[in-house]
Write a protein that binds this ligand. Sequence first.
Ligand SMILES: N[C@@H](CCC(=O)N[C@@H](CS)C(=O)NCC(=O)O)C(=O)O
Length: 203
Amino acid sequence: MIEIWGHKDAPNVRKVLWAAAELRRPLHRIDAGGRFGGVDEAAYRAMNPNGRVPTIRDGDFVLWESHAIMRYLAETTRDQALIPATPQARARMNQWMDWQLAHQAGAIRALVMMTLKTDTAPDAARLSAARRDADALFAMLDDALSRHGFIAGDGFTLADIAIAIGYERWSRLPIERPAFPHLANWFVRACARPGYRDLPVAA
Ligand SMILES: N[C@@H](CCC(=O)N[C@@H](CS)C(=O)NCC(=O)O)C(=O)O
């Protein structure tokens, strides 16, 4: 069975757990990262020199970076569910997945650091700037979702999983947020997927 290192509350681990559940690929999960630590140990660094979670091992093949792992799991599943068939639709999925890691993840992380991972009240001006940055990104998604049912078009893909996990994190932060109706409706649909329902509850 494929092994995965990473604790269940880590957003990037949750993406992979969700994708694996959708693809019916059982994973053996080993707690690592966060309060479980282990990511600085030599044995872990030998697998993942980046010292982050998730990491997977499939036989003697080791892979890290959540989106690369999601694509690997989907591409090694017989019907390649969750990956669109045409190059254009696949590229659109990849565009949004790259955008999630390059832009959305950093904007959410800034808010997490200011609100949850600190003992001091956040500076109001900095928090409001960080909120505006994140809101602008979520507005892009709301606009895209006003035109089609899912992030990359008409079908549910890996991009929906990556972005829904970011949305899940953002929507639980103790901050004010604008209403994004298309995004909110899409998230309800995404959460109704069997893969999300099987996911361990996030802290
Ligand atoms: N781009 C990486 C980011 C990995 C990452 O930053 N993971 C976080 C958890 S979501 C982490 O390992 N944090 C340190 C820790 O948990 O010890 C990916 O997508 O896998």
